[in-house]
Design a protein around this ligand. Structure first.
Ligand code: DAK
Length: 263
């Protein structure tokens, strides 16, 4: 598929996907979402990729939400289909086996904030702005915001954001745990590259197992989560990477992980 609204670059085990509609502040329209779905499928099948970075083109915006010109024309039936389509893609993103980092370089509003929430963690420019302004449009978040935000920052802070539609500065977003770290705008990319390179040096089997274990564990009780962890730990030990990691430690050298998922 040729992309017109996103860009996808892969190098050294790291894929960078850039939302690329800067004139519309990278708002999510149907074409962009279709391209995103295709790109996520392609990344999921690419055994060489260990980390995915999501970011926005231009200096102003990560994603300024769903494209309001499209939303304005939706009938209730079309709206349900659109929401299902968006939710499916964002779930596909969340369940991508490899770590995904959101590099939020500007506005992350509505569906843009929800996209960032489906990533494993967020690094942001200190000029970034977060918010779920759907209530101001007479709707509610439709791409998982009512579910993922309270799981991340707690129900009462999430409800305050959802009920008011207010914008949060990057510093405020960091204070409530929505964002891991903030950087000067010109330093964001280097910081995201550095953490991605560090993660990409780790074994792919253990990275995928760690992500899956945390995500699955969050859906259930502690006992179930610990059982998931125990099984995933045992499976990791069967991977060539575990052999390499433990041997490297004993031989006092740096491990070189092959990324093979099964022995
Ligand atoms: N959609 C379409 N175009 C957008 C856009 C958006 N979300 N955001 C910005 N743009 C366009 C503007 O129309 C403008 O286009 P031109 O006039 O130049 O042609 C261009 O981007 C630059 O924007 P501004 O001139 O407004 O730039 P400013 O710096 O003055 O303001 C802003 C930046 C981000 C504060 C402002 O653009 C803004 O408030 N944008 C809208 C933000 C917003 O409300 N986003 C949330 C969208 S709601 C659902 C499923 C999901 C959703 C809803 C329903 N189902 C259940 C059906 C999700 C909803 C959302 O995401």
């Amino acid at each position: 598929m040729t992309y017109s609204s996103i860009e996808l670059v892969r190098a050294d085990g790291i894929a960078t996907l850039t939302f690329n509609r800067p004139k519309a502040l990278n708002a999510l329209n149907t074409i962009l979402l279709q391209e995103l779905a295709d790109a996520l499928d392609s990344i999921a099948q690419d055994e060489t990729v260990r980390v995915l970075i999501l970011t926005g083109a231009g200096e102003k915006s990560f994603i300024a939400g769903a494209d309001i010109t499209e939303i304005a024309t939706l009938t209730p039936l079309a709206a349900k289909k659109f929401a299902q389509f968006g939710q499916d893609i964002i779930s596909k993103l969340q369940s991508l086996p490899i770590p995904v980092i959101a590099a939020v370089n500007g506005y992350a509003l509505g569906g843009g904030c929800e996209m960032a929430l489906a990533c494993d963690f967020i690094y942001a420019s200190d000029k970034a702005i977060f918010g779920l302004p759907e209530i101001t449009l007479g709707v509610i978040p439709g791409f998982g915001g009512t579910q993922r935000l309270p799981r991340l920052i707690g129900a009462s802070l999430a409800k305050e954001m959802i009920f008011t539609g207010k914008h949060l500065s990057a510093a405020e977003a960091k204070a409530i745990g929505l964002v891991n770290k903030t950087f000067a705008p010109e330093e964001l990319q280097a910081a995201v590259d550095a953490i991605s390179r560090l993660i990409a040096t780790k074994g792919k089997a253990s990275l995928c197992a760690a992500k899956q274990t945390v995500n699955q564990g969050l859906n259930g009780d502690l006992t179930t989560g610990l059982a998931i962890e125990r099984d995933a730990f045992a499976l990791c030990l069967a991977s060539p990477d575990a052999k390499e990691g433990t041997s490297a430690f004993l031989e006092k050298r740096k491990p070189v992980f092959t990324g093979e998922l099964h022995s």
